[in-house]
Design a protein around this ligand. Structure first.
Ligand code: C2E
Ligand code: CA
Ligand code: CA
Length: 612
């Protein structure tokens, strides 16, 4: 309690006031007195005491009424009131009108002090709590406003980042001269559409537009004029397209439109609209005026088209034919295929190979790789084979050899599909015939260098092994020498991954290419296959013999295993044996045949015991 604490004492009997004042003296409070209800109300409103001791029985306004009025005023409602009364009946009435406590007469000093102290302490605590709450509220308000600001800043940052991201995406997918979609965007769009076409009936066509006289403008007026022409051209063609058409610049003077067409139309209707429009299109640059013409290739997006590359290649072929014949006009895929013998082959192969993938026309063949044991060796027989691919031509009832279709498959970017097919066919076979794999020492599979350039090809392979749960240590991949060198980085990466996985690698057709020691060191092959053209006649051709001999010596020095292919006669086999070659493959030992349980088992049984 402090001297700032005010207590109002109200009683119509001055003696009572004296007694109370006397009791409360040592509390160190300021005491105010009132001898009537009226005066009490006036002092209470003016001086705002911290506590009121109020007599009940007073002549003018009694204590209860005083209390009721004080409680009704906003400024005085919180002031605690202790009633001072001689009648115990008054106690409950006092509480009803808002009294905080009561003191009974005759007055007991200790009781008065205790009740007063209690009220004052309670009051002080309430005040403290209130100020604490006020502080808290201020703090909350401050924090809220800080948070609002931080939030706004964050939102701004997010928006800015989103804008940058959008901008980057835009730049990555748009051509900055014409603002059209670029090649990347086109590739994603076509790839997605092709996937959709595999499962839905969608009639769509790919148009490649090649401006015929673009170079004239570019060379005679400069590249600023050239860019302007491209922009105007793009704008005017855009005006002809519908909202669902996809328009992109392929680069240079080439554009592409992917359009959804009516039943029976293969994009020719739109191509015709574009050509007609171009007839009236004039490009003005300073005082010169140019007319334009274009060649348009239409390629229907059929189910046989499996990749963007294939579509682009087909369109390229058609434009090529168009350019050879004349300038300007619409060329359809079917027309081009008919007119050009040169390109007919590729176009035919494209659909044949894609059909073959879908119709299971590929076959797995195999050829044994023979082990030549050293005389004193009493080794258990070792069996190895190489898987070779064939294509069944149902129309002509013949087996087509890979010499015919690997080349076109590589040109058409379909080779990864073929390589995946043979890998899975081989793994599925040995998964079903684990008894045969058990007896095998190694199974070789050819992989094209075009496949290893595909970023996920190695993972595709490891996934297949995981799917069939077969030991990678029993499998070897053959890469040809020339291809491995052309793609040395891709090859190194690919081999590293699969070597760590446990697979083996053979460098195929070695000798005919240009692989130097340096390359052999860089690439982690563990086997070298001498190119068959040196082996086949090494018994009669001295230079070929010398070649084989030097390859064997080099391989020994590099600690690589040597395999000779095209071993066609016993004479050649003997020469190889004399040179220390331990593995031979050729018609002398085994002619390739279809990979079946029966055919392979027969060979394994036949040979059992032969080598010991
Ligand atoms: P390659 O890897 O050098 O396979 C050996 C080729 O020589 C096979 O021809 C085989 O039938 C043939 N051959 C085996 N022994 C003799 C013999 O004593 N004399 C002669 N003249 N030839 C023999 P094939 O099966 O026609 O395969 C040709 C090439 O096609 C293969 O050469 C390989 O580079 C490629 N190839 C075969 N299957 C696949 C495959 O599944 N994927 C890939 N990417 N390429 C494959
Ligand atoms: Ca091979
Ligand atoms: Ca070979």
């Amino acid at each position: 309690m402090s001297s700032a604490t005010r207590i109002l004492l109200v009683d119509d009997t001055p003696e009572n006031l004296d007694v109370l004042s006397g009791i409360l003296e040592d509390l160190d409070c300021q005491l105010i007195v009132a001898t009537s209800g009226e005066r009490a109300l006036e002092l209470a409103t003016r001086r705002l005491p911290d506590l009121i001791l109020l007599d009940v029985m007073m002549p003018d306004i009694n204590g209860f009424d005083v209390c009721t009025r004080l409680k009704g005023e906003l400024s005085t409602t919180e002031i605690p009131i202790i009633f001072v009364t001689a009648r115990t009946d008054d106690i409950s009435q006092g509480f009803r009108v808002g009294g905080a406590d009561y003191i009974t007469k005759p007055i007991n000093a200790d009781e008065v002090r205790a009740r007063v102290r209690h009220q004052l302490e309670r009051q002080a605590m309430l005040a403290e709590l209130k100020s604490f709450n006020r502080e808290l509220e201020t703090k909350v308000r401050e924090r809220t406003s800080e948070l609002t600001i931080a939030n706004r800043q964050l939102r701004e940052e997010i928006n800015e980042r989103r804008y940058m991201q959008d901008r980057l995406n835009y730049l990555a997918t748009h051509d900055f001269v014409t603002r059209l979609h670029n090649r990347n965007a086109l590739e994603s769009f076509v790839s997605e559409l092709l996937a959709r076409i595999q499962v839905q009936d969608v009639n769509a066509s790919f148009l490649m537009i090649d401006i015929d006289r673009f170079r004239v403008v570019n060379e005679s007026c400069g590249s600023i004029a050239g860019d302007e022409l491209l922009r105007q051209f793009a704008d005017s063609i855009s005006g002809l397209l519908s909202r669902n058409d996809f328009f992109a610049r392929l680069g240079g003077d080439r554009f592409a439109v992917v359009t959804y067409c009516e039943e029976g139309d293969k994009g020719e209707a739109l191509a015709q609209t574009i050509l007609t429009h171009l007839r009236d299109f004039k490009f003005q640059w300073e005082d010169r005026q140019f007319t334009l013409a274009a060649s348009i290739a239409t390629v229907p997006l059929a189910r046989t088209m499996v990749s963007y590359d294939q579509v682009l290649l087909a369109a390229d072929e058609v434009i090529f034919v168009a350019k050879q014949e004349a300038r300007g006009g619409i060329y359809t895929y079917a027309d081009a295929a008919k007119r050009s013998n040169l390109h007919k082959d590729n176009i035919n192969w494209a659909s044949r190979l894609v059909d073959a993938i879908h119709s299971q026309a590929f076959r797995a063949y195999f050829q044994m790789i023979e082990y030549f044991p050293v005389a004193q060796e009493a080794a258990a027989p070792c069996y190895r084979l190489e898987v070779l691919m064939r294509l069944w031509d149902a129309e002509h009832q013949r087996m087509v050899s890979p010499g015919e279709f690997i080349g076109p498959a590589e040109r058409l970017h379909l080779i990864p599909e073929l390589d995946k097919w043979i890998l899975n066919a081989t793994l599925a076979f040995f998964d079903q015939h684990r008894d045969l794999l058990e007896k095998m020492d190694m199974v070789s599979i050819n992989i094209s260098a075009f496949s290893i350039r595909e970023t996920h090809f190695a993972t595709t392979i490891t996934n297949s092994f995981a799917q069939y749960n077969l030991p990678p240590q029993k499998f070897c991949f053959e890469l040809t020498e020339t291809q491995a060198i052309v793609n040395v980085d891709a090859a190194r990466h690919f081999m590293q991954l699969l070597r760590n996985f446990g697979c083996h690698f053979a460098l195929d057709d070695f000798g005919s290419g240009f692989a130097s020691y340096a390359y052999l060191h860089q690439l982690s092959f563990d086997k070298i296959k001498i190119d068959g053209i040196f082996v086949r006649d090494m018994d009669t051709d001295a230079s070929h013999y010398a070649m084989v001999k030097s390859i064997v010596e080099m391989a020994v020095s590099l600690d690589k295993e040597v395999i000779a292919e095209f071993v066609e006669t016993p004479e050649v086999a003997n020469k190889l044996y004399a040179l220390g070659v331990r593995w031979g493959q050729g018609y002398h030992h085994h002619r390739p045949q279809a990979l079946t349980h029966q055919s392979l088992e027969k060979l394994l049984q036949l040979n059992t015991g032969q080598h010991n």
